[in-house]
Ligand binder design. Structure first.
Ligand SMILES: [Zn+2]
Length: 231
């Protein structure tokens, strides 16, 4: 089998590295912008409240920010739906951003156990549960007035290594970590937010044969699977 010439292999590796760096840089920029936006919104809201009260507020009241990273959080935290006053607080946004941020921050040396969270994480039910919990324990330990350095250290020392060990030993195949998903464990299923959306869509659409009566959502299970053939 002919091998790629040395310079081409090096170029491919370099392109890959460049792309990872660009993704990390963009993630950082977006997180900074999101954080600035949060701070500005927080100020505006506070100003509105203060003006409404028309009272002499304490001058240090503007320092309080319930989404601010603790001093030991060295990089901008991932943007989260819960921190955006105008968002609907969709946890899928929070967890998705956390995965991108995690992969830009906690991937270790090549060959070490600290691999990236694979793109197929949601297709492994056990892993999906773990990733979501990992995202929210990180937030609890590191953001806002409830952040605590001991919890932050515990997350680094116990949660993260335990998570990553289970990821590679129990949840995914090595192929998944290489970007080639292989099923394993229970079959993948929709998360509860998607199920709720599907349910809402089914309820709002009475479906064929409805007599306008009780309108039970008979198509809730999977409108996208089977029975979709027109005519
Ligand atoms: Zn997989």
């Amino acid at each position: 089998m002919p091998e790629l010439p040395e310079y081409e292999r090096r170029k491919a590796g370099r392109d890959h590295g460049d792309r990872d760096e660009q993704i990390a840089a963009l993630t950082d920029i977006i997180a900074t912008l999101a954080q600035d936006l949060r701070r500005i919104e927080d100020r505006v809201n506070r100003l509105g409240t203060t003006a409404g009260k028309a009272s002499a507020a304490a001058p240090d009241a503007t320092q309080h920010d319930d989404t601010a990273p603790a001093p030991w959080v060295w990089f901008n935290p991932p943007a989260a739906a819960e921190d955006q006053p105008e968002s609907d607080g969709d946890p899928r946004v929070t967890v998705g951003n956390f995965v991108t941020w995690y992969n830009a921050t906690f991937v270790g040396l090549e060959g070490s156990r600290s691999t990236a969270i694979p793109a197929c994480w949601e297709q492994h039910t056990g892993l999906a549960m773990e990733v979501a919990a990992l995202a929210y324990t990180w937030r609890a330990a590191n953001l806002g007035s409830d952040a605590g350095i001991r919890e932050a250290q515990y997350w680094l020392h116990q949660w993260r290594p335990g998570f990553i060990e289970r990821l590679t030993r129990e949840w995914v195949h090595a192929d998944c970590c290489d970007g080639q998903h292989r099923d394993g464990g229970p079959p993948p299923r929709a998360n509860r937010f998607a199920v709720a959306e599907r349910h809402a869509a089914a309820v709002s659409y009475p479906g064929p044969g409805s007599d306008g009566g009780h309108g039970k959502p008979a198509t809730v299970e999977s409108p996208d699977r089977g029975g979709g053939v027109p005519g």
